[in-house]
Design a binder for this molecule. Structure first.
Ligand SMILES: Nc1ncnc2c1ncn2[C@@H]1O[C@H](COP(=O)(O)OP(=O)(O)OP(=O)(O)O)[C@@H](O)[C@H]1O
Ligand SMILES: [Mg+2]
Length: 378
């Protein structure tokens, strides 16, 4: 049996008081078990199994109302977490054991084995509860069909919002090898660029030595400081980076260049969400968003994992929300208002833009957020 810290909780179901007392005596002879319920017939056993928490039900075959087989079957159906041990009166035939197994019992004993085998059988069949699973890493890339539409603003804004909610669990990865904006936008000084890494030598600890801290504590990885070749961050390297980051972080936000070449497409094939940024005032950004979408979905990422975000929304916009959704074929997830005098960090100040980014981050963190920002502008 696996390690456990608490006694195994056992429900006892037997018609005769003498048998119930006997079972209770055996079960409480060690600290391994605790009797958490007693039933005198099948109906009571099924009811008790459902209303209180038990780990194992020890069920005598000759129960009134529902016999032991029926009782075991119902307990397994209604409360599958409770394991059943069926006890036959006198010897147990192979056919009886088979029927017990078909009813969902984990073991079948004869009443003559109660003293010698019941405790060890309970320990053998008991499954300690699993520890809760750590939430998986969510990798979110932000891109768009053109330059200057707010990809870095959205990626860094979302990373900062998520970092506020999940401190220490978020990394922002600037994947640009040329003209990356994140270090300037977030005032990251002297970053150690990823282009210096070699694909085959990566582990999480090494990657952490390349991370810079934003003043909020957000971890930031910068692709390159100088103008490096476009493929200086190759597909294998990026795949290894993502693989390692998954081990240590809950969210990885990627500022993804709008280049449809192998490294970018490889990254898109590895991520969980792709955010495509567009706007409502230049029809070309919508056309480009559609072209980009058609290139990547469904070949590299399922369409359901693509989110459309409209940036720099203002009342002067000439294209409607409906027109964008029809043209691109994806529902808009967020409308980010145009923020007058925005310089750098999009989360600075209590602005409508910061608010809208928080709401989008809530959606990405899968927290309920009913509000969708309207097309309010600063
Ligand atoms: N919602 C907004 N309101 C006002 N200004 C914005 C908004 N979003 C982005 N900007 C501004 O637009 C400019 C371009 O934004 P950003 O650098 O994020 O775009 P980009 O798509 O990453 O550009 P590039 O293609 O060069 O990487 C920046 O000056 C930024 O401050
Ligand atoms: Mg950028």
């Amino acid at each position: 049996m696996s390690e456990r810290s608490e006694s195994i909780r056992v429900l006892v179901a037997a018609r005769d008081r003498a048998v119930r007392d006997h079972l209770r005596r055996v079960l409480t002879s060690t600290k391994d078990c605790i009797v958490t319920g007693v039933a005198v017939d099948g109906q009571e056993a099924v009811h008790t199994a459902g209303v209180r928490k038990h780990d194992v039900a020890v069920v005598m075959l000759d129960l009134p109302i529902y016999n032991g087989l029926e009782t075991t079957r119902m307990i397994r159906q209604y409360v599958p977490a409770v394991k059943g041990i069926l006890i036959g009166n006198g010897d147990v035939s192979p056919d009886m054991t088979k029927q017990a197994m078909l009813a969902g019992a984990s073991a079948c004993l004869s009443s003559t084995e109660i003293d010698s085998a019941l405790l060890s059988t309970i320990k053998d069949i008991y499954d300690p509860p699993m520890p809760p699973l750590a939430p998986p890493c969510n990798i979110i890339a932000v891109t768009g069909g053109r330059g200057g539409i707010g990809k870095s603003t959205v990626a860094s804004g979302l990373a900062l919002c998520l970092h506020q909610k999940f401190p220490g669990q978020v990394v922002l990865l600037d994947m640009y090898t040329q003209f990356g904006d994140i270090s300037t936008m977030l005032r990251i000084e002297d970053p150690r660029p990823l282009v210096e890494l070699q694909a085959e030598k990566i582990d999480l600890e090494l990657l952490q030595s390349y991370m810079s801290d934003h003043q909020s504590g957000l971890k930031v990885l910068i692709g390159s400081i100088v103008i490096s070749p476009l493929d200086a961050l190759g597909g294998d390297l990026l795949e290894n980076i993502i693989h390692e980051l998954k081990k240590g972080y809950r969210f990885v936000l990627i500022d993804l260049p709008p280049l449809m070449h192998e490294p970018v497409l490889r990254v898109i094939s590895l991520i969980h969400e792709l955010i495509i940024v567009t706007n409502r005032f230049e029809v070309q950004t919508v056309t480009d968003a559609k072209r980009l979408l058609d290139t990547v979905a469904p070949r590299y990422i399922p369409l359901e994992q693509v989110k459309l975000v409209v940036n720099r929304v203002s009342r002067h916009d000439s294209i409607s929300q409906d027109q964008i959704e029809k043209a691109v074929g994806v529902k808009i997830q967020a409308m980010l208002p145009n923020q007058r005098n925005l310089a750098g960090d999009p989360m600075r100040g209590n602005t409508k833009l910061a608010n809208a980014l928080h709401q989008l981050a809530n959606i990405l963190a899968e927290e309920p957020s009913q509000l969708m920002p309207d097309s309010g502008q600063e």
